[in-house]
Design a protein around this ligand. Structure first.
Ligand code: NAP
Length: 286
């Protein structure tokens, strides 16, 4: 069986080209560019790298970006104060609070403080609720990226059994809802799931969102499975041990170069949409 590579770089490039056109068009019409404000807490090297990549991507597509750094010893209230200022600042189009923030801080409270129209990373509980109920909301960026890849490569998910391994608020849970809304039959597995392999064996689509390198092996999967590996572990390693899966998979996202680049592109896409919304265009994509 031929195994198709679901190349995220190709998907991200197409998205970026579209955003660049919209950003230039926006500038021609309104004389300014949408602005993404990123908040980073502390000096986590991975977070610093992600923020740099996101700001570089903004530059590539013609969006403005600023970074606000908060000391890791600051309080939740300090983060909330920054978010509230950005909420009220008419020059700010979108707000990204880079996850994770310091352990002693209440991340959920901070995410929920971002006003919905600026929640371009889709982390707010109300955004999640609206997304789940097919309302107008920005989608959580990585789940949105996964759906974009599925769409781009015309992967048929209706009536298919999708097994999502992981249930985090930014990844496993929202992607499960998006798959469900596109008529997949969804099973959500997590650390307390008994006999994970029993579910994986019946999966037409596997979404790996575990955060454990090479966790899912080929001998747990059935022939023809589509593998979406959202995992990104130290050393550029995914959650799926892809070498053991190549004989089984009909398609897979590589790590790196799969879900990652599309996640950044979706963040920019939603920032662009937020700016367009403010000018009275139709709200947020479903
Ligand atoms: P997370 O918050 O740590 O969640 C991990 C999930 O995996 C949890 O729901 C956990 O279950 C589950 N899990 C842990 N051990 C398991 C086991 N033995 N069997 C089944 N499920 C198990 O991680 P996350 O933030 O969702 O991230 C997951 C991965 O995606 C990481 O590698 C991360 O780097 C990557 N990621 C990539 C992008 C991107 O843009 N490409 C963005 C975000 C995250 P419990 O709920 O029971 O603890």
């Amino acid at each position: 069986m031929e195994t198709k590579v679901l190349n995220g770089k190709v998907v991200a490039k197409a998205l970026e080209e579209n955003i660049k056109k919209r950003a230039d068009n926006f500038y021609d019409n309104y004389g300014y560019r949408p602005l993404l404000a990123t908040i980073i807490v502390g000096h986590n090297p991975a977070s610093e790298m992600y923020v740099k990549m996101k700001m570089n991507a903004c530059k590539r597509v013609g969006l403005e970006s600023i970074k606000i750094e908060i000391d890791e010893n600051a309080k939740t209230e300090d983060v909330l104060e920054v978010i509230n200022k950005l909420n009220a600042d008419s020059k700010v189009t979108g707000i990204l609070l880079q996850h994770p923030i310091a352990k002693h801080m209440d991340e959920g409270l901070c995410f929920d403080a971002i006003v919905l129209e600026k929640d371009v990373d889709g982390v707010n509980t109300a955004s999640f609720g609206k997304m789940t109920m097919k309302g107008e909301a920005f989608l959580s960026a990585t789940p949105a990226a996964i759906m974009e890849i599925i769409d781009f490569y015309n992967i048929d998910i209706e009536g298919k059994h999708a097994v999502v391994v992981g249930r985090s608020p930014i990844l496993g849970k929202p992607v499960s809802m998006l798959l469900l809304n596109k008529n997949a039959t969804v099973t959500i597995c997590h650390s307390k799931t008994k006999d994970l392999d029993e579910y994986l064996k019946t999966a037409d689509i596997v979404v790996a969102a575990v955060g454990k390198p090479n966790f899912i092996k080929g001998d747990s999967l059935k022939d023809g499975v589509v593998i979406i590996d959202a995992g990104y572990n130290k050393g550029n390693i995914g959650d799926v041990d892809i070498n053991t899966c190549l004989d089984k998979a009909s398609a897979y996202t590589p790590v790196p170069g799969g879900v990652g680049p599309v996640t950044i592109a979706k963040l920019l896409d939603q920032t662009m949409t937020a700016a367009e919304n403010k000018k009275g265009k139709k709200l947020i994509k479903k």
